[in-house]
Ligand binder design. Structure first.
Ligand SMILES: [Zn+2]
Length: 727
């Protein structure tokens, strides 16, 4: 990809500059930059930045998802990022900061808890939830009298994943998205996240801790038109520049407060952009994804931007962020934490060496590949895989030269260091009870969540499997651009090559589901379980498809019942199956559990409404309290997510039962506006409008029904409507 080519040429320029002819050019560039940035020589002015030690200050943590360590212009990157560069210019900019993981939830849990992945226990996005009782910046600062607010922009950090404790407000409003979240997930744009974060600041009477997470740099890269045009060759950097512009009002707002704010900016992981054969992130842990930016600055009302920025090249880690904040506000250090404050390092430029543990477990968990772990000691990096890797990042920052064989002694020492961390296989989410395993066996499934293997060969090394990962990404792109048959062919090829690739079965079944072939979708998932792929996510999806296709609710219940009750989607699927089985009390109990995990989940609220409505319709007594219950849940559901067509449909049916035909029509009109293919609701609309004598509108929706419904479906209704239109 062009990005890696550009980075490489940038690098060679940096090496060439000090040796001669290019030096004057570089100086000219610096002067122009400095004048452009405010007309003064910033590197000479003011006292050097130190972290403010003050109990009475605000703390702002900004995490920019998927931001490479070298993307910001203050880091020499190609994106124009004036707002973040201004922070760096007056604060501390770390050039050698590292994450402990390369996927969102794992890394954020480390940032917010100060713990390593094996300590907090979250090893992947899917299937894990932060343990209750985990101490985070939010719980710690809340206890110290701070108001606490979180504003997150991407699905992997939604409420359901358990980072909410300690936050007064946890704002994760995003459009609901069903289906395949492997490569593409719900998100909301940075400017929306920031505008809510800024509004919240205005409501805080005292000191606050705010966390702002923006997700735009995550693939797919689709910056707004202005940035898309400017960065047409490299839309990823267009997203980065757009994020910087969106963050501007947040930093501006801080400068108007009476209290100073310590600001910490980092990313959870980077993005490979094709380097080392990886398209995005989550497979390897090379510097393109493990190296992160880290900027710490203070924004004050008066003296803002008067300090001289410092650049720290010493190694630092995400786990140092929580201790740094505790130090800044004068709270006692927590000696159980593995990291330590960066305050003294910033002040003196010196400190003890900070070795760093890292891992990438996703493909071990979902594809059975070798687990990836490693350690950074000063500028040496060791990656423990069946084919081990050793890099000297000081001379080889792009990790082009594996020294594991030529410097075997150094590799052995670093492996020894790595072994001082916990090397036990990750405990897998969703370990079933013995009963559940027996139930699955009775359905002919062999459970794939057998204990993790303890031996992996070269064939399991991700370096030998990168081509397969590329195929899976290509299949996802085919799928998203409507080339479903090509996606299906490619996914089948992947499964043929490596039958334990759980996410290939998931994507293949989703393709069939999208094509309106639920039986193929279900058979694909069953095939994955039988082939011994890690089966937790497959089972959840299987249960949901069985439930949502209304083909076999009993089988759906058997598949879903044994799963631990920590997954919103599994609970929702089980709730739907219980509704079909007319087990309304079980459905209510199950869906309420989903709501406990995710209190503003629109779909869970919708399903609770549908459950009450179904109980009303099935009951002989026609209990009006059930209608009231349905109305309440559906109203809350639409408040949480106004794009839920199904909630409007059910709301209309509820209104109709209450005799409020006008309200029913309005709700159904909204439903078919959102989902023009919903033939049942189109029929309902036609019928009520015809009964109300509103012929023109009835004809419109009647025609829409005839278009939306295939000729051999619902023949009676088609004939009825055709007669009405012809009259
Ligand atoms: Zn992320």
């Amino acid at each position: 990809m062009s990005a890696s080519r550009k980075s490489a040429s940038k690098n060679s320029k940096a090496v060439a500059a000090p040796t001669g002819s290019r030096l004057p050019l570089l100086l000219v560039a610096l002067v122009v930059l400095a004048v452009g940035a405010g007309g003064y020589f910033w590197w000479q002015r003011g006292p050097a930045f130190v972290v403010r030690r003050d109990a009475d200050q605000n703390i702002l943590l900004v995490t920019i998802d998927t931001l490479r360590g070298d993307a910001l212009s203050s880091y020499g990157g190609p994106a124009e990022t004036p707002h973040l560069d201004a922070l760096a210019r007056h604060g501390a900019r770390f050039t050698f900061a590292h994450a402990h993981a390369v996927v969102t939830l794992v890394s954020h849990t480390s940032i917010l808890s100060g713990q390593l992945p094996y300590e907090h226990g979250v090893r992947d996005n899917s299937g894990y939830r932060v343990k209750d009782g985990t101490a985070t910046l939010a719980t710690r600062l809340k206890a110290l009298g701070f108001s606490t607010g979180a504003f997150v922009g991407g699905f992997p950090l939604a409420k359901r994943f358990g980072l909410t404790p300690g936050f007064d407000v946890y704002d994760d409003q995003m459009p609901e998205m069903s289906g395949d979240k492997t490569f593409s997930m719900p998100e909301r744009p940075a400017n929306e996240v920031v505008s809510r974060a800024v509004a919240w600041i205005g409501q805080q009477p005292g000191k606050f801790f705010e966390w702002v997470h923006v997700f735009d740099a995550h693939s797919p890269y689709r910056p707004p038109p202005e940035f898309a045009a400017k960065y047409s060759a490299e839309p990823y950097y267009g997203e980065v520049a757009w994020i910087d512009q969106s963050l501007g009002p947040l930093f501006d707002r801080l400068a108007t407060l009476s209290r100073p704010t310590t600001v910490i900016v980092t990313s959870d992981h980077g993005e490979s952009l094709g380097e080392h054969g990886e398209a995005t992130h989550g497979m390897f842990a090379y510097e393109s994804t493990l190296h992160v930016p880290l900027i710490i600055a203070t924004v004050t009302p008066r003296e803002s931007r008067s300090t001289r920025g410092v650049v720290i090249d010493a190694p630092v880690r995400h786990m140092d962020i929580v201790p740094t904040v505790l130090d800044a506000i004068g709270a006692p250090a927590d000696t159980t934490m593995p990291g330590s404050s960066l305050g003294d390092l910033i002040r003196t430029g010196r400190g003890a060496d900070r070795p760093s543990y890292f891992e990438s477990m996703t493909y071990n968990l979902v594809r059975g590949w070798a687990p990836l772990r490693g350690v950074l000691v000063s500028k040496d990096k060791y990656i423990d895989l069946p084919l081990p890797e050793l890099y000297d990042l000081a001379s080889d920052p792009k990790e082009a030269q594996n020294l594991a064989a030529s410097k075997a002694d150094r590799a052995r020492v670093l492996l020894g260091t790595l072994k001082t961390y916990n090397m036990a296989p990750p405990s897998r989410p969703g370990r079933e009870s013995a009963d559940a395993v027996a139930n699955l066996k009775s359905l002919g499934y062999i459970s794939g969540s057998a204990p993790a293997r303890d031996h992996y060969t070269d064939a399991d090394d991700p370096k030998n499997l990168a081509g397969l990962d590329r195929d899976l990404h290509t299949a996802s792109e085919y799928s998203q651009s409507g080339r479903t048959q090509e996606a299906i062919a490619l996914l089948k090829k992947v499964i043929g090559m490596r039958p334990d690739t759980a996410d290939a079965y998931m994507s293949l079944s989703y393709a069939y589901w999208q094509l309106g072939q639920p039986n193929n979708a279900i058979a694909t998932l069953e095939g994955g379980i039988k082939a011994g792929a890690p089966d937790r996510d497959i089972r959840i999806r299987l249960g949901i498809y069985l439930a949502e296709s209304h083909t076999d609710y009993q089988r759906a219940i058997t598949v879903l019942e044994g799963l631990p009750e920590s997954d919103v989607e599994a609970l929702s699927g089980l709730g739907i199956a219980y509704i079909d089985a007319k087990r309304f009390a079980d459905a209510r109990r199950t869906l309420q559990k989903a709501l406990v995990l995710d209190p503003t989940n629109g779909l869970a609220l919708q399903n609770l409404g549908v459950n009450a409505l179904s109980a009303f319709e099935a009951g002989g007594a026609k209990d009006p309290a059930l209608l009231k219950e349905a109305q309440d849940f559906l109203t809350r559901s639409l408040k949480a997510d106004p794009t839920l067509a199904g909630a409007y449909t059910a709301y209309g049916v509820t209104m109709s039962h209450m005799g409020k035909k006008g309200d029913a029509i309005v709700a159904w009109q909204k439903a078919v506006e959102l989902d023009p293919s919903d033939s049942n609701t189109l029929y309902n609309l036609w019928l009520e409008l015809a009964r109300a004598g509103r012929r023109d509108e009835a004809v419109t929706y009647g025609r829409q029904f005839l278009v939306a419904t295939p000729p051999n479906f619902q023949p009676q209704e088609r004939a009825e409507i055709a007669r009405y239109i012809g009259r």
